[in-house]
Design a protein around this ligand. Structure first.
Ligand code: BDP
Length: 683
């Protein structure tokens, strides 16, 4: 198994009795509707069931009173009106399984849900499932560049072969769409947020159209990231001032070109005035001025604008944590109704653990989209096994208290706290041209989990892991439990051997891989490590209380109470908010130094535990998959040792205390570690 088929394997159900009982209920597929998405649903059901049941399942055009089949039905009635647009009902009626929705895409999602039941070996007797997505736009953001590279991509090059498009349609485009549809993803931004203007040219619009045509039958809309300076770069305008009539017209014309090729085009994603990208502030305008100009151009076509809040002006005396809030909070209520502001889960940048972004709950008049990162930029690329669902859930379940207790980030994002119907959740994709799509086979679970959570954020990480394992790896109960346990612990293990206790941003400066806590100088102070860890002879951590940067003051008082007191602040967030003295006794009973150093050692030991657990399931796993994951776990172990040795030796210079017992002093010196990391980062 080379991993290409993802969780859509549809191998024969091994248990004959079970297979027969499925087969009895899935004898045929019927729908009286011939919409293209319904045809997709029929095709997927047919292919999936044929594989699972080992016999061809026919599609009937007239079931004439037949029983024991699957009926796909689009209908507007009292029952389906209770569903969200893409929601569905699956139930047994008159000895048939009916998949019912008021939209074709709902029927498609229902069909995949039925397949999932069978793929995971669940019973389909007396089915009665009602399911609706909580979020309208469930999207992947590809950071793919026109020349085929991927910003922070670790699974090969881009899936999109721009030079072959539109003439050549790679089978991968179709399989990619199938995978997304199977987990409810319905929107795709094709290109990097550090955007090339070329995607707005006539030459590229036909290429984008070709992909949109492939994705449409799977209910997926295409979006583009924009380069805000495009009017100047492509249109010969004097500048790209969003208030200039010629610039506004230019955007209207381009938008018209796009929609005449792609009538259901989704909209624009914009990174502006961030990390050197152009934007409205270049002309003394605000983010809202820029977003609203695009919103006006796209509104006639019902498109949307997603404007990113990932901005952080360099303020030598400030705290990067506060920058986006400073820019965006005052703009609440000034964005057009078809604009969403997209906020990363945390205030810095996709670290292995961050407190939730303080903008969540702070902009009640603006729909906020969540941006998670699936690609493991700060999570060990594709050599580290990190199951991200617990990270996503931790953020989604955080309480902002913006409208009293229970105003969780999830409920801000799904619009229920502030009554927004325009809602979105985005994941920066982890896919690439590697045969298994994601480099580390286990990272497929992150793509899967993202889709499932974007659909329903109240699903548990455990359940999602178990679904994925059963469809992707094995159904042997003991192996499922072992792998699920390993996945559930993997993120915390990664945190322990890299950035325990709320330490953050101490990774290699350009590649964001491996440790570089000694990094003192960079193009900007907030790109160094010392800016964040603030180690000195007294202690460690960034004081963000009122005595420090007071970033904590951006949160509601209940959240401040949770994190503001170093005595009671959960250890997971401690160094995010406090400068703690090395000798301080923590709630664990150990001093900061002892706890901190122990985490690195225990983290490495836990990687060894992961290797042992993985070895124990060998007989239940395909040999090729087993070997590949084993190899990557061994690499992870090597890297964990690098993190441990580099960090304990570096911070020991400040704590001036011995490595706690029973742990061994590293066999390598700090200088040796620096050299290893330097070589890692050489061009
Ligand atoms: C950071 C990445 C950078 C991205 C940026 C962004 O290091 O490559 O361009 O985020 O999200 O995580 O815009």
């Amino acid at each position: 198994d080379d991993g290409y088929r993802l969780w859509l394997k549809f191998d024969l159900v091994a248990n004959i009795q079970q297979r027969n009982s499925y087969a009895q209920k899935c004898q045929f597929i019927y729908s009286d509707n011939q919409e293209v998405i319904i045809k997709t649903a029929q095709k997927e059901l047919q292919a999936g069931l044929t594989g699972l049941l080992g016999k061809k399942i026919l599609i009937f055009t007239n079931p004439a009173g037949k029983k024991g089949g699957i009926i796909l039905q689009i209908i507007q009635n009292e029952q389906t009106n209770q569903l969200a647009e893409d929601g569905f009902i699956i139930r047994e009626e008159n000895q048939n399984i009916v998949i019912r929705s008021r939209s074709a895409s709902g029927v498609l999602y229902g069909s995949f849900a039925l397949l999932r039941q069978i793929q995971s070996g669940n019973s389909i007797a007396q089915l009665n499932i009602t399911d609706s997505p909580k979020i309208k736009y469930r999207m992947l953001n590809h950071w793919d560049n026109p020349l085929g590279t991927i910003e922070r991509g670790y699974a090969g090059s881009s899936l999109w072969k721009w030079y072959e498009l539109p003439e050549v349609i790679d089978q991968r485009y179709i399989d990619y769409a199938r995978a997304n549809a199977s987990i409810g993803i319905n929107a795709v931004v094709l290109n990097n947020v550090n955007a090339s203007a070329r995607f707005l040219t006539k030459e590229y619009i036909v290429k984008v159209k070709a992909l949109a045509d492939v994705f449409r039958p799977y209910g997926i809309k295409v979006f583009l990231s924009l380069n805000f300076a495009a009017p100047k770069l492509l249109g010969g305008a004097k500048n790209s001032d969003p208030m200039a009539p010629e610039v506004r017209n230019w955007w209207k014309n381009v938008t018209k070109d796009i929609y005449s090729a792609i009538p259901d085009f989704g909209g624009y994603l914009v990174k502006a005035n961030s990390e050197g990208e152009p934007g409205p502030q270049d002309f003394g305008r605000t983010h809202a001025d820029g977003a609203n100009m695009l919103a006006e151009a796209i509104a006639p076509y019902k498109g949307i604008v997603i404007w990113r809040a990932f901005v952080y002006a360099a303020d030598p005396k400030g705290d990067r944590f506060k920058e986006a809030y400073k820019d965006f909070k005052p703009l609440d209520g000034t964005f057009a109704s078809n604009v969403l502001v997209q906020v990363k889960n945390g205030p810095i940048d996709f670290q292995s653990r961050e407190p939730f972004h303080p903008l969540f709950g702070a902009m009640p008049k603006t729909p906020l989209a969540m941006e998670f990162q699936l690609t493991q930029e700060y999570l060990g690329f594709s050599t580290n096994l990190v199951y991200e669902a617990p990270l996503f859930k931790e953020c989604l379940e955080s309480d902002t208290y913006s409208n009293g207790k229970g105003s969780t980030v999830a409920k801000i994002v799904d619009g229920s706290v502030d009554n927004h119907s325009l809602t979105a959740i985005a994941g920066v994709a982890n896919t690439g041209s590697d045969r298994n799509w994601t480099g580390h086979l286990m990272s497929q679970a992150n793509w899967y989990a993202f889709g499932r959570l974007a659909w329903n954020h109240s699903l548990s990480s455990e359940q999602i892991a178990s679904e994925w394992i059963k469809m992707s790896l094995t159904q042997e109960p003991k192996a499922v439990a072992t792998i699920q346990d390993l996945m559930m612990k993997s993120r915390e293990i990664y945190v322990d051997f890299t950035t325990p206790l709320g330490l953050h941003h101490v990774m290699g400066q350009n590649i964001h891989f491996g440790p570089e806590p000694w990094l003192e100088k960079s193009a900007r102070p907030d790109w160094t490590a010392i800016y964040y860890h603030r180690a000195d002879s007294v202690g460690l951590g960034f004081d963000r209380t009122a005595q420090g940067s007071n970033a904590l003051g951006l949160y509601n008082k209940e959240v401040q109470a949770l994190w503001g007191n170093p005595e009671t602040c959960p250890l997971t967030y401690l160094l995010w908010f406090h400068h703690v003295s090395w000798n301080k006794k923590l709630s664990s009973g150990k001093t900061l130094w002892n706890e901190f150093a122990s985490r690195y050692y225990e983290g490495v030991k836990s990687v060894e535990w992961m290797q042992k657990q993985w070895n124990s399931v060998q007989s239940s796993i395909d040999p090729q998959v087993f070997a590949d994951v084993s190899g990557r776990l061994a690499a992870q172990h090597r890297e964990a040792l690098n993190w441990r040795d580099a960090c304990v030796l570096y911070f020991q210079q400040y704590s001036k205390q011995p490595i706690p017992t029973p742990y061994q002093v590293p066999s390598r010196t700090l200088d040796e570690m620096k050299e290893i990391v330097r070589i890692y980062q050489l061009k």
